[in-house]
Design a protein around this ligand. Structure first.
Ligand code: ADP
Ligand code: MG
Length: 267
């Protein structure tokens, strides 16, 4: 082997050993380019390092997207803000950036009748926050309560709560569907208390607080839970008619208009 000959079999082995798959895949192509364009060695090295870093970030976001269990297809771009005058697009976009609320462990509460877009906004915010580097978990509140209840029975509640700490944002969808008759709902209070002022929660509910006594085991616990949730919180009351219903009505009336046109045509 002369001074300029290189053993090209070794780098792939070493790069696999070092867990640098992007460099492993691209180094030869980049080396050819570097030779052709006469790059300095430092430029070659930093280009490879940047490729590996970018791929790592992309894979991390992919993992975080998968673990979040968001309902598919709900994006901020796909949300018609004009349909919900009570919430401003700019405000939601600021929340989607994460800015300070996630760092402070503040909460976001979305209230409104079924079909008004709470789950959509929650899921879309979650998706954007993940793209911005945060970790999120979306769950129906009933499912999470059940999971925590099982953990409590196994004397693992603390570990289960600590495990949820890795998520900057926990989205609890449909809190008001939780019923203290069906489950041991003090786990929900323990969750709220554990995250208070540390980790954010986004909660959706059909009713603002009024009927939360049905959720928690006793009125004192209801007050204590609400108190912690609202201490640092943004509250959106999306007082609009169901989007599902409105689009169904719109579809029906455009179909009807179509029929009328057809009737009108022969005359
Ligand atoms: P909620 O959780 O308040 O019951 P959803 O978020 O499930 O309501 O909304 C019901 C359906 O209507 C979903 O398919 C959702 O994507 C859609 N939707 C609701 N509001 C809007 C909106 N403002 N723009 C676009 N789609 C909407
Ligand atoms: Mg919903």
């Amino acid at each position: 082997m002369t001074a300029i000959e290189v053993d090209t079999a070794r780098p792939p082995l070493l790069l696999t050993e070092l867990r640098l798959p992007a460099i492993g895949r691209l180094w030869q192509q980049m080396a050819e380019r570097s030779d052709r364009e006469g790059w300095l060695a430092a430029r070659f090295l930093s280009t490879l390092a940047e490729l590996e870093t970018a791929e790592r970030a992309r894979r991390r976001i992919e993992r975080h997207m998968a673990e979040a269990r968001l309902p598919p297809g709900k994006t901020l771009d796909g949300f018609d803000f004009a349909a919900v005058p009570a919430i401003s697009r700019a405000r939601v976009m600021a929340l989607a950036a994460g800015d300070s609320w996630i760092e402070k462990g503040s909460n976001l509460l979305l209230f409104g009748l079924p079909g008004c877009g709470k789950t959509h906004i929650g899921a879309a915010l979650g998706r954007t926050l993940i793209e911005n580097g945060y970790r999120v978990l979306f769950s129906r509140t009933t499912d999470l309560v059940q999971r925590l209840q099982v953990a409590r029975q196994a004397l693992q509640l603390e570990a289960a709560l600590a495990n949820l700490d890795k998520y900057h944002l926990l989205i609890l969808d449909d809190l008001s569907y939780v019923h203290k008759d069906h489950a041991e709902t003090s786990v929900l209070f323990e969750l709220i208390a554990a995250r208070y002022e540390r980790r954010s929660m986004l909660i959706t509910a059909n009713q603002p607080f009024g009927d939360w006594n049905k959720v928690f085991p006793d009125p004192a616990m209801t007050v204590a839970a609400i108190d912690r949730l609202v201490h640092h919180a943004t509250i959106f009351e999306m007082n609009v008619e169901s989007y599902r219903r409105r689009s169904a009505v719109a579809r029906r009336s455009s179909a009807k208009a179509g029929t009328e046109t057809e009737h009108a045509a022969p005359s």
